[in-house]
Design a protein around this ligand. Structure first.
Ligand SMILES: NC(=O)C1=CN([C@@H]2O[C@H](COP(=O)(O)OP(=O)(O)OC[C@H]3O[C@@H](n4cnc5c(N)ncnc54)[C@H](OP(=O)(O)O)[C@@H]3O)[C@@H](O)[C@H]2O)C=CC1
Ligand SMILES: CC(=O)N[C@@H](CCC(=O)OP(=O)(O)O)C(=O)O
Length: 302
């Protein structure tokens, strides 16, 4: 029998991409509501009651409301928003993070999907903190460039109407919503400085972490620790450092690629993660998590 899945926020950027990935599948039946009623509490509760899994592709407030709305229902959640990512009652859906992550995801009733920038930053930092090559309390900085779909319908509208600049840097007040999850899941004891930016391209991102080399921390050891952590993973790999890193390289895939750049003589390095903000950074990861929760092949539809 097909698994019943309701995408709350199906008309949004993340929701549409999840729907595209699921609607061809015979093992999944999408529960849909009349678009005109898509924000009505009653219609949404009925849809959640009929579903095995509800995928929330909503802003944070409505995502919290949706969980409250489902009180008493036998439905599992995947929340694509930031609302529950550091909530201890929710499983953080990053399958490649730890050896037992997939077991936790498979058994989750409440699962939060990682943020796009966070996916890149945590993918780079967590293995290196664990390997002792980055101290948890080290003063770190993270730079990133994202396609504009990361800003949802509102920012997409600005670019579509020609009202947005070719590129901009933002969130410099250090209150970006991804910082708490980066600190928690990378295993940091101090908040990194985060400077994201947006460019005039729809999808794709590159997350960069500059590092000074020292003692054990050389380019080979950094690369070896990351390669060992992701050895055998289907969607994350360590690749050669190219002169140009192109943020759109992995668009329309669920992949994330890591490269280690730098110069031993100068003692400086930059770690880079490339991913599609709508792929491994959102909708692809949500489908990967759904597959693990349903006990099907992790890469189905990806
Ligand atoms: N875009 C990205 O790269 C990523 C997004 N996310 C997260 O996913 C979530 C969705 O983001 P995104 O798809 O980009 O956003 P969009 O703005 O594209 O879509 C949000 C959708 O939610 C709907 N919505 C808003 N309020 C309500 C409500 N009260 N009840 C029901 N539906 C509502 C909107 O309806 P309407 O159609 O009327 O506007 C819209 O369809 C957010 O929490 C975002 O942070 C996570 C990772 C990456
Ligand atoms: C380009 C852009 O605006 N990006 C968004 C992050 C993407 C997103 O919505 O992230 P989560 O839902 O994963 O937290 C931002 O910086 O707020």
């Amino acid at each position: 029998m097909a698994h019943k899945v309701f995408i709350d926020g199906e008309a949004g950027t993340t929701g549409l991409q999840i729907r595209d990935r699921l609607q061809q599948r015979s093992d999944v039946e999408l529960i849909q509501i009349d678009p005109a009623r898509r924000k009505e509490a009653g219609a949404r509760r009925d849809a959640m009651a009929a579903a095995d899994v509800a995928i929330l592709c909503l802003p944070d407030g409505p995502a919290k409301d949706a969980v409250a709305l489902a009180e008493g229902l036998d439905v599992r959640f995947i929340d694509a928003s930031t609302a529950h990512r550091v909530d201890p009652d929710w499983v953080f859906g990053f399958a490649e993070l730890t050896p037992d992550a997939r077991t936790a995801i498979a058994g989750a009733k409440y699962l939060s999907n990682p943020g796009c920038y966070s996916t890149g930053a945590i993918a780079l930092l967590a293995p290196l903190v664990k390997a002792g090559l980055i101290a948890p309390d080290e003063a770190l900085s993270i730079n990133a460039v994202s396609g504009y779909t990361g800003g949802g319908k509102e920012l997409i509208g600005e670019y579509d109407r020609g009202e947005a600049p070719a590129a901009f840097v933002y969130a410099l007040a250090q209150k970006h919503k991804h910082l708490p999850e980066i600190v928690k899941y990378a295993g940091l004891g101090a908040r990194p400085v985060f400077a994201p930016s947006v460019g005039n391209f729809a999808q794709g991102m590159a997350v960069q972490i500059p590092l000074h080399l020292n003692g054990q921390r050389n380019l080979d050891n950094l690369r070896a620790a990351l390669a060992a952590h992701y050895d055998g993973q289907r969607f994350i790999s360590v690749v050669d450092a190219e002169a140009r890193v192109v943020p759109t390289k992995l668009n329309d895939t669920n992949r994330l690629e890591i490269s280690v750049h730098g110069d031993a003589e100068n003692g400086c390095a930059v770690l880079v993660a490339v991913l599609d903000n709508l792929g491994k950074g959102a909708s692809g990861a949500a489908v990967q998590n759904l597959n693990i929760m349903l006990g099907t092949d992790e890469g189905l539809g990806l």
